[in-house]
Design a protein around this ligand. Structure first.
Ligand SMILES: Cc1ncc(COP(=O)(O)O)c(C=O)c1O
Ligand SMILES: N[C@@H](CCCC[NH3+])C(=O)O
Length: 440
C-alpha cells in the first residue's frame, strides 16, 4: 500500500477513507472529479504553526495565503482558527468578506493591484497593504488624498535569495517581478517615500522567497537579511520595524520519496534566527508573520476521479485516462509536479503494473502522473490522487468547456458540499448570442 496512506484509512469494505468517510461513497454521492478536503488536517496544521510561535513567546500572525485554495468555507475555517489571510485580488477580498472574515486580518498582496482593487481595500478597511512597487506607492498616495483615508502598509522586498525550487515558483531572486530590490537601493528609496506619507503607517518588511522549498538555508538567509535590513533602517532612518513577514513556501510531501521537514520546523528555525539576530544587533524583536498556503491545504486534499479509457502502446506503456486532468490540476503540466495515486476502491490490492495517468483534455501534456504503480484497474474504478489541496482548484480552468469539480469538506465521518460542481449553464450565463442579444 502507498506509504502516505495510514492503516486506519482503510475501512471494512476495503475502501480508502478520508476524514472517516468512504472515498467510493463520496465519489458516488458527489460525482467525479471531486476535490475532498480532510479539514482536521487543515486545522491541525494551522494550530501547529500557532503553537510554535506561542512556545517561542513572540508576537505573530499565521496568515493563510488564500491563493492556494479559496472558497467561502475555507475563509470561515481560517477565521474559526483565529488566522489571518493573504489576499491578492478583489475576488479574494470580496469572498473573504462575504464569508464573514474581518478585513482587519487581511493582507493585500500583488505586483499590480488595480486602482479599483485598492479602492475596495481602503473602503473595507483592509488590515495591511503590502506595497510592491513605486507605481503602487504613487497610486495609493493619490487614493488616500482623495478619500481622506489612512492605510497600514508593509514593503515587499526582494532579498536576492534564489530558493531551490522550480524556476516558475521562485520569487526571492533579484530578477523577479515582485517587490523592491534590496541590493540596488530600491528598497531604501521606497522606505523613504513611504515615511513621508502622512496617510500611510509603515508597519514592516515582507519577503517571500518562493514555494515548495525543502532547504532551511533559504529561509535562514532571508530571515537574516530582513533583520539586518531592519537594523540598518533603524540606524539610518530611525525607523522601527514592527512586523517582519517572512512569507510562505514551506515544502510538503507530494510523493513517498519526498522528505520535507514538518512545516512548523521551518518556522521554528525562522523564529530562532530572527530572535538571535535581533538580540545580537540590539533591536527589538518585531512580530513575526508567516504566509503559508500550500502547507496548510496541500496535504489535506484528495482528488477523486473515475477511471475510463485505457490505451496500451505495445512495448512502450499503458495510458489510463481519468475524467478530469489539467483543468482541475494544471501543476503537472505547468511545473512538472509529481503526485501519487491510490486505487480508492481497493488500495490494498497488489500492484500489477505501472501506467501513465492521463486526463481527458485535448492536450498531449495533460498527464497527471507520468508513472504510477497500480493494481489491475477497470473502467468505473475510483482513483484518488493524494496531496492535491494546494493550487489545484484555485488554478482550475474551463479548458475544453469542462466544468470545475465540486469541493467537499469531510471531518469525523461527515461530509459537506462546500463548492458545487459547475454546470454548463454557469458558463453559458456569461455568453451572448452572435448578434449580441441576451440568451435569457
Ligand atoms: C506573497 C506570498 N505569500 C505566500 C505565498 C504562499 O506560498 P506557499 O503556498 O508556498 O506557502 C505566496 C505564493 O507563493 C506568495 O506569493
Ligand atoms: N501556484 C504555484 C505556486 C506559486 C504560488 C504563488 N506565489 C504552485 O502550484 O506550486
Amino acid at each position: 500500500m502507498n506509504e502516505q496512506i495510514q492503516g486506519n484509512q482503510i475501512n471494512a469494505s476495503g475502501h480508502l477513507t478520508i476524514g472517516g468517510c468512504d472515498a467510493v461513497a463520496l465519489a458516488d454521492e458527489y460525482g467525479t472529479p471531486v476535490l475532498v478536503y480532510d479539514t482536521a488536517k487543515i486545522r491541525h496544521q494551522i494550530q501547529a504553526f500557532q503553537e510554535v510561535f506561542e512556545e517561542n513567546e513572540v508576537d505573530y500572525a499565521v496568515c493563510y495565503a488564500s491563493k492556494a485554495f479559496a472558497n467561502t468555507a475555507m475563509y470561515q475555517l481560517v477565521n474559526q482558527m483565529n488566522g489571518h489571510v493573504d489576499v491578492v485580488s478583489a475576488g479574494e477580498i470580496q469572498m473573504a468578506l462575504h464569508a464573514g472574515f474581518p478585513a482587519k486580518k487581511m493582507t493585500f498582496h500583488g505586483n499590480n493591484k488595480s486602482e479599483e482593487e485598492l479602492r475596495l481595500a481602503l473602503k473595507v478597511g483592509i488590515g495591511l497593504i503590502a506595497l510592491d512597487n513605486f507605481h503602487e506607492i504613487a497610486l495609493l498616495h493619490r487614493l488616500l488624498e482623495e478619500t481622506g483615508g489612512r492605510a497600514n502598509v508593509i514593503l515587499r522586498i526582494t532579498p536576492g535569495i534564489s530558493a531551490h525550487t522550480h524556476e516558475y515558483i521562485q520569487t526571492g531572486q533579484v530578477d523577479s517581478k515582485f517587490g523592491f530590490d534590496l541590493a540596488s537601493g530600491q528598497a531604501d528609496e521606497a522606505l523613504q517615500r513611504v515615511l513621508q506619507e502622512p496617510r500611510m503607517t509603515m508597519l514592516g518588511i515582507h519577503a517571500h522567497i518562493g514555494s515548495q522549498i525543502f532547504e532551511l538555508a533559504g529561509f535562514e538567509g532571508a530571515s537574516e537579511k530582513l533583520v539586518d535590513l531592519a537594523a540598518r533602517w533603524a540606524r539610518d532612518y530611525g525607523y522601527q520595524t514592527k512586523i517582519l513577514n517572512v512569507g510562505g513556501g514551506f515544502g510538503i510531501r507530494y510523493v513517498s520519496a519526498d522528505r520535507p521537514l514538518a512545516p512548523q520546523d521551518f518556522v521554528n528555525l525562522i523564529i530562532q534566527t530572527v530572535k538571535q539576530r535581533t538580540r545580537s544587533l540590539n533591536i527589538p524583536t518585531p512580530a513575526i508573520w508567516i504566509e503559508p498556503g500550500r502547507s496548510i491545504v496541500g496535504p489535506a486534499g484528495y482528488s477523486l476521479y473515475t477511471v475510463g479509457a485505457r490505451k496500451d502502446v505495445q512495448g512502450i506503456r499503458s495510458y489510463l485516462a481519468v475524467d478530469g486532468g489539467m483543468g482541475d490540476n494544471i501543476r503537472p503540466a505547468l511545473y512538472d509536479a509529481k503526485y501519487e495515486a491510490v486505487l480508492a476502491n481497493n488500495p490494498l490490492a497488489p500492484v500489477m503494473e505501472t501506467v501513465r495517468v492521463a486526463g481527458k483534455y485535448c492536450e498531449s501534456g495533460d498527464v497527471l502522473i507520468q508513472e504510477q504503480a497500480l493494481p489491475q484497474t477497470k473502467p468505473g474504478d475510483i482513483l484518488a490522487i493524494l496531496n492535491t489541496g494546494a493550487y489545484g482548484y484555485s488554478m482550475a480552468s474551463n479548458y475544453n468547456l469542462n466544468v470545475k469539480p465540486a469541493v467537499v469538506f469531510v471531518e469525523n465521518g461527515r461530509s459537506t458540499l462546500v463548492t458545487r460542481r459547475e454546470r454548463i449553464d454557469d458558463l453559458e450565463r456569461l455568453d451572448f448570442n452572435l448578434d449580441g442579444s441576451s440568451r435569457a
